[in-house]
Design a protein around this ligand. Structure first.
Ligand code: HEM
Length: 148
């Protein structure tokens, strides 16, 4: 049960970050200010309330399953998790909140600088999460081959 939850919340986290980035880029390209404001508000007032619990649950279950494992893939996943969390807490969440505020003020150079920072930090977290999923699949395969 916990394994399934870990898998599902992990995948939801990745889909949500991709969705945030995709809708942000789409809104910027459209140059539609109302759409940009809508996307920024949805990310802060809806998206983050799903993404943050999903990442916490994924990490918590991951560490619970980790136990005393010496498996190299588990150790790699464990090492990446603090970067994912720190990136989220200190860059992505503050950027999302500040950008939502700025989108209703002025879309000036500050807005686009913070937007670029948010997209870069989002891309880094996407890559780290994809690597964690890849290692999760590898661990699962190793377990299955040991059992058969
Ligand atoms: C955002 C972070 C993470 C994501 C997206 C993620 C994703 C996944 C996914 C999708 C699987 C299932 C693979 C499959 O069934 O084929 C998995 C398995 C696993 N994950 Fe994670 N994971 C994350 C963090 C962690 C952490 C921090 C740890 C522990 C240090 C961890 C430990 C494991 C273990 C041990 C398995 C294998 C479970 C089993 O089959 O017995 N994960 N992970």
């Amino acid at each position: 049960m916990l394994k399934i939850l870990h898998k599902v919340t992990g995948l939801i986290s990745l889909i949500l970050i991709l969705l945030f980035m995709g809708s942000t880029i789409y809104a910027e390209i459209s140059e539609n200010i109302v759409l940009i404001q809508k996307v920024k508000s949805l990310i802060v007032w809806r998206g983050l309330f799903v993404l943050i619990p999903c990442l916490i649950i994924t990490g918590a279950i991951g560490f619970k399953m980790f136990g005393q494992s010496k498996n190299v893939h588990v150790l790699k996943k464990r090492k990446r998790m603090p970067f994912i969390a720190l990136n989220g807490v200190f860059i992505l969440i503050p950027c999302a909140i500040y950008l939502e505020y700025l989108s209703f003020q002025m879309l000036d150079s500050t807005f686009y600088s913070v937007q670029t920072l948010e997209l870069c930090a989002g891309l880094i977290n996407c890559i780290l999460i994809i690597l964690n999923i890849r290692d999760g699949i590898r661990i699962n395969k190793i377990k299955k081959s040991l059992l058969s």
